[in-house]
Design a protein around this ligand. Structure first.
Ligand code: BES
Ligand code: MG
Ligand code: ZN
Length: 492
């Protein structure tokens, strides 16, 4: 089960009926007045348990006390020292609480707002994100489900702002949606299904939706994208959703790599862990997650959502190493490795979006290089771009959502490495040298003056299992929250 409802409640203790009532306790600080009230309500048994167990409110520790027929259990989360309580801590505490509630088979949960400091809107939002994400599970392909999550209803008890609660819930759900997309198997999640799912979201207010089939790519001049798509039997799609929530201003553009399976093509990948290349559409899953949040929350801004989606397959008609293709912006590309396909897809999508929509800024998201895992591990996504202002905006959004990014340079010197002997550029840099940057300078060839940031999420899109709001396995839904924050900061 997913959490169905997160709602505000101001009922009196007598009127509350819940499986688990949760409070926070700060270390070295007085108990909140609500916790004292609860203690009175249960005739001092909460304080007794706190003393008996020597519970100090240390971060990461918790305490469970049994209640009565209406409030079945009381749970106290240690929050640590007051000055260490931040959004990330509350997000992780939210996730731990919903995991705990599912573990002990609770259906309803009540959260005391005051003791968790949730009367501050940003805190409430982060906490609700954590609640939803801590309850994430992916069971679509289990024919018999054992131990599915039980938690369906959360009441936030106290004087809280409902819009912050809703934003947190929607963002948690949008990240979950992004994870689901990543986790679906490649025989099911084809470019066609991805396109249908985008179309479904675009039924919300203020969207116009278009999906362009592979049969049109050559006519449109998208030879680079076409080269990757030609080996696949399932048709490639260029998915475009135009959201107009902000009047006449130029839109911001979000571009995603949507390789629903990357076998490497004729430059076939080795067999080990090739199954993980179903996750090669996680850039598009980030874009779709943000799209879901935008559809629900309707921010006052214009946004273009663009996804280049195909499989990369070996075939009698597949692209060969040695082929030369012409991209949408007229540049010729020598294909030296058909496995460096993401940059070829993004090249055409980036230049098409820049040309058609004249965006005020662009970001792209792509599981682009194995090299980014070597450079940064799975703790940060690699970011590169052509504009310091937009880069700083990305970094500051990243700090508030704790989805870490680290900038790599796109200096001119690196561009020399992608010069081709017989075409304008080639799709490879120097072997073993700065592979993530080589892909970055390649993309830069397809963006003119538009401020642009590229995010390589190859190491962060699946795999990480900490902190507590990350899934136990599979896709993470990385950067959905970051991008939504960036959007909020751009709303005038
Ligand atoms: N989708 C891969 C990148 C990737 C590899 C992501 C492993 C996550 C884990 C991309 O299309 C690719 O194959 N890149 C090559 C580029 C190389 C041929 C220059 C890579 O990173 O090995
Ligand atoms: Mg590849
Ligand atoms: Zn790929």
């Amino acid at each position: 089960m997913k959490i169905q409802k997160i709602k505000k409640s101001t009922a009196s203790f007598d009127a509350i009926s819940t499986d688990l009532f949760c409070f926070g306790l700060e270390k070295n600080n007085d108990k909140s007045s609500t916790l004292e009230l609860a203690d009175n309500h249960f005739s001092g048994s909460i304080n007794k348990a706190i003393t008996l167990e020597g519970f100090s409110g240390k971060s990461g520790k918790d305490l469970l006390v049994y209640g009565n027929d209406n409030i079945k259990r009381i749970h106290i989360s240690g929050l640590g020292k007051t000055d260490k309580i931040d959004l990330e801590l509350l997000r992780t505490v939210g996730a731990k609480i919903s995991a705990k509630a599912n573990n002990i088979k609770c259906e309803t949960l009540t959260i005391d707002a005051e003791s968790f400091n949730l009367t501050i809107d940003d805190n409430l939002q982060a906490f609700c994100e954590g609640l939803v994400l801590g309850s994430y599970e992916f069971l679509d392909y289990k024919s018999k489900v054992k131990n599915a999550n039980t938690l369906t209803t959360v009441l936030i008890h106290g004087n809280v702002t409902e819009s912050a609660l809703i934003t947190g819930k929607v963002l948690g759900e949008s990240v979950s949606f992004s994870r689901d997309l990543g986790n679906h198997p490649p025989n099911i999640l084809t470019p066609t299904l991805l396109s249908q799912k985008a179309e479904e979201i675009a039924k919300a207010d203020n969207f116009t939706f278009t999906s362009i089939d592979v049969s049109e790519f050559e006519n449109m001049g998208m030879g680079s994208f076409y080269g990757v798509a030609r080996g696949a039997t399932t048709p490639a799609k260029l998915i475009l959703a135009d959201y107009k929530g902000g009047g006449d201003e130029a839109p911001f553009a979000l571009v995603g790599k949507g390789l629903t399976f990357d076998s490497g093509g004729i430059s076939l990948k080795p067999g080990a862990r090739m199954d993980e290349m179903k996750f090669d559409m996680c850039g598009s899953a980030t874009v779709m997650g943000v799209m879901n949040a935008v559809a629900e929350l309707q921010p006052k801004i214009n946004i273009i959502f663009a996804i280049g989606s195909t499989e990369n397959m070996p075939d009698g008609d597949a692209q060969r190493p040695g082929d030369i293709v012409t991209a949408y912006n007229g540049k010729t590309i020598e294909i030296l490795n058909t496995d460096a396909e993401g940059r070829l897809v993004l090249a055409d999508v980036l230049s098409y979006v820049e040309d058609k929509y004249k965006p005020s800024g662009m970001m792209d998201f792509a599981t682009l290089t194995g090299a980014v895992l070597v450079a940064l591990g799975d703790k940060a996504s690699g970011v590169m771009g052509n504009n310091d202002d937009l880069m700083n905006d990305v970094k500051s959004a990243s700090e508030s959502t704790m989805e870490r990014v680290w900038e790599l340079p796109l200096w001119e010197e690196y561009s020399k490495d992608i010069k081709s002997k017989i075409a304008d550029i080639k799709n490879l840099g120097k072997a073993g040298k700065a592979g993530t940057i080589a892909a970055g300078v390649f993309l830069k060839e397809f963006v003119n003056e538009t401020p642009w940031v590229h995010m390589d999420i190859a190491a962060t899109a699946w795999g990480p299992t900490t902190p507590s709001y990350m899934p136990k396995s599979g896709a993470t839904g990385v950067a959905v929250r970051l991008v939504y924050k960036l959007i909020q900061n751009r709303v005038k």
